[in-house]
Ligand binder design. Structure first.
Ligand code: NAD
Length: 340
């Protein structure tokens, strides 16, 4: 695995992954391709720029000429770049389909024509849709309910079709909700943390009964790296192992860690299309040697500590949340964007 192209590597998960790869002795070069939308921040790569193995290219995965040039120069692609925020997809579904589906297809097509040894497409458990009970294995039917999840499900199918039709060595990973340092404060954990740390209130949908599985970003990246190295082409790997908890339980933990109490919480009516519960079975990736390392307790404490120590990284984003060097704008004026 000499030269790896990481798309979306200035975003939350992609930047952790790029930094992880740079630590691997057998990786010669890591190129990050990122459009630096409102969600991409060069600062997320931080100390990685000290490594002579890192190259950063600002550009769009829909730019066929650029993608061709980069894919031709790499042996592997790990594809994170996406529009990733569910609530934005309610207002900007077209942008989600463009980047998430056509952007993925642009990369796959370059891989088909130019040849790569590995191609990992990074996806989500949200493609399985809500489950009242039980857990979805990799062969469960896809039942996405929101435009974001539908765009990811479509891109998964396109990626797998490029394996079956053209033999592109594609693996798909699907993880549950990630948390950790450097996540954009539009997502629920950093949104709540950055508000509570400033003494502001947070809003909880419904009764906070929705269940999510929280996976530390480094555990997800470890799983993705394993799939990159030893995953079987054509296969899907669920990556889970975090903690299942309701948004109410999550809020309780965040209140404690931020030194706030329930007076800081305002209940608001549940929004349209708020999946009640996601759950995945992830036994297959354990067969590759995956073992999540981070407990929710430690991971969440470390994460809140990061937000407490790094207001310079998130304060500009919460002051002007709609600031965008963006390929996507968000809710029309007056519409509130809630966190997932
Ligand atoms: P993010 O929004 O933090 O980062 C996305 C990155 O992609 C940003 O740096 C952005 O600038 C870049 N980007 C967006 N459009 C682009 C384009 N057209 N061309 C090039 N770059 C572009 O997202 P994230 O949370 O790090 O998620 C990364 C991937 O993991 C996504 O594919 C997402 O669907 C998937 N995923 C995320 C989670 C989660 O909990 N965050 C869970 C499961 C799967």
């Amino acid at each position: 695995m000499d030269k790896v192209l990481v798309t979306g590597g200035a975003g939350f998960i992609g930047s952790h992954f790029a930094k992880r790869l740079l630590r691997a002795d057998d990786v010669e070069e890591v190129t990050v391709l990122d459009a630096l939308t409102y969600a991409g921040h060069i600062e997320n790569l931080g100390e990685a720029f000290l490594s002579p193995k890192l190259r950063f290219v600002e550009g769009n995965v829909l730019d066929k000429a650029l993608v061709d040039e980069l894919v031709a120069a790499h042996t592997a692609v790990v594809h994170f770049a996406a529009e990733s925020h569910v609530d934005r997809s309610f207002f900007q579904a077209g942008a989600f389909l463009m980047t998430n589906v056509l952007g993925t297809q642009t990369l796959l097509d370059a891989a088909r024509r130019l040849g790569v040894e590995r191609f990992v497409h990074v996806s989500t458990d949200e493609v399985y849709g809500p489950l009242a009970e039980g857990s979805a294995a990799e062969d469960a039917p896809l039942a996405p309910t929101v435009p974001y999840a539908a765009s990811k499900a479509a891109s998964d199918l396109v990626a797998l079709s490029y394996h079956r039709t053209y033999g592109v060595p594609v693996c798909v990973t699907r993880s549950s909700n990630n948390y950790g340092p450097c996540q954009h404060p539009e997502k629920i954990i950093p949104l709540f943390a950055t508000r509570l740390l400033r003494g502001q209130q947070v809003t909880l949908h419904g009764q906070g009964q929705h269940v999510r599985n929280w996976l530390h970003v480094e555990d997800n990246c470890a799983g993705i790296e394993l799939v990159l190295r030893v995953g079987v082409p054509g296969e899907i790997y669920n990556i889970g192992g975090g903690t299942d908890c309701t948004n109410r339980e999550l809020t309780n933990r965040l209140l404690r860690l931020c030194g706030a109490d329930w007076d800081s919480v305002v209940y608001v009516p549940d929004r349209r299309s708020n999946d009640i519960r996601y759950s995945m079975a992830w036994g297959k990736v354990t067969g590759l040697g995956y073992r999540p390392q981070c407990t929710f307790e430690d991971g969440l404490a470390e994460t809140i500590d990061w937000y407490r120590r790094n207001p310079d990284r998130w304060a500009p984003l919460v002051r002007n949340p709609r600031a965008a060097r963006a390929t996507v704008t968000c809710a029309p004026a007056g519409e509130e964007v809630h966190a997932r």
